[in-house]
Structure formats: C-alpha cells, structure tokens
Write a protein that binds this ligand. Structure first.
Ligand code: CDP
Ligand code: MG
Length: 147
C-alpha cells in the first residue's frame, strides 16, 4: 500500500480541469433542490449554496450514483461513516460540504441545471453527450476561470 499526493496546479484550476466553478443563482439552487421546497431548512439551504463558489463535476462509471453518495456519507454528519467526507469534515446538518445525486434520473435533471451544454436532447444520443463530459482537452483553448 502506498500514498500519493495529487495537486491540481494553478493552470489546471484556471482552465477548469477540476470541474466547473460556478456561483449558483437563487433560481438555479431552488431548481436543484425543488424536492425540498417548503421544508423548514429550505431557505437556509438555498442561502448556503448561493453564498460562494462551488465546483461542479460529472463523474462517470459503474454505480457512479451509489459510489459518490457513499464517499459523501449520510446527510446527517453524526450518522455519516467516519471515512466519508461528511463523517470526517463536518458536524453541521446544513453545511455538509458536498452533494451527489440520489438517482440516475435526478442526476440527469441536475446536470441539465449546471451543465446545460451537456444535456441529452432528442437530436443527441447519450453517447454524444458523454463524449462531451470527458473531453477535457477541448478546454486547452477554453475560457480561463478567475479564482
Ligand atoms: O444531500 P442529501 O441528498 O444527502 O440530503 P437531502 O435530504 O437531499 O438534503 C439536501 C440538503 O439539505 C442536505 O445535504 C443538507 O445540506 C440540507 N438539509 C438540512 O439543512 N437539514 C435537514 N434536516 C436536511 C437536509
Ligand atoms: Mg438529496
């Protein structure tokens, strides 16, 4: 067993190769969390996710939905497994660091909000859309992100 250190160097961050850096508008945040509209934590949640920049990424792989949620841990950090992100780094029920879609259907709905350019439409097959997802080299001449 060995460990390794990975740094995304400034050019990688600036070129957006870590995912898309975005600031959520209230409208986008409300769309993303529409299932929670009306709940007592909704307003605090929307204020939280719009208070600064987020990094959005699409991960692909076998059981990507379940795997990402396992890495994140339970939404209640007290219940989250200790080796999970939430279990290790937060005790706050709202400020729980990370999000991961809870189903493929919701993932596609959420991707539409944050990556409209990668949305599956009737003219584009999912294969074409997925090609766009992994095409980091296309960013060589892409816009720089001011972080
Ligand atoms: O994020 P996850 O899918 O695990 O949980 P959720 O039930 O879909 O809740 C969405 C987000 O709302 C959580 O990640 C928390 O940030 C927040 N939340 C909260 O502030 N208080 C609660 N009682 C439940 C959720
Ligand atoms: Mg959820």
């Amino acid at each position: 067993m060995e460990r390794t250190l990975v740094l995304i160097k400034p050019d990688g961050v600036k070129r957006g190769l870590i995912g898309k850096i975005l600031t959520a508008t209230k409208d986008s945040a409300k769309k993303h969390y529409s299932e929670h509209e009306g709940k007592d934590f909704f307003e605090e949640l929307i204020n939280y996710v719009t208070e600064g920049k987020m990094c959005a990424m699409i991960l692909m792989g076998e059981k990507a939905v379940d795997a990402a949620r396992k890495i994140n841990g339970d939404k209640d950090p007290i219940k989250a497994e200790l080796a999970s992100i939430r279990g290790e780094f937060t005790l706050d029920k709202t400020h729980n660091l990370v999000h991961a879609s809870d189903s493929s259907e919701n993932a596609e709905r959420e991707i539409t909000i944050w990556f409209p350019e990668l949305t599956c439409s009737s003219e584009h097959t999912c294969d074409e859309k997925y090609k766009g997802t992994v095409d980091l080299f296309a960013k060589i001449n892409g816009p720089l992100i001011n972080v």
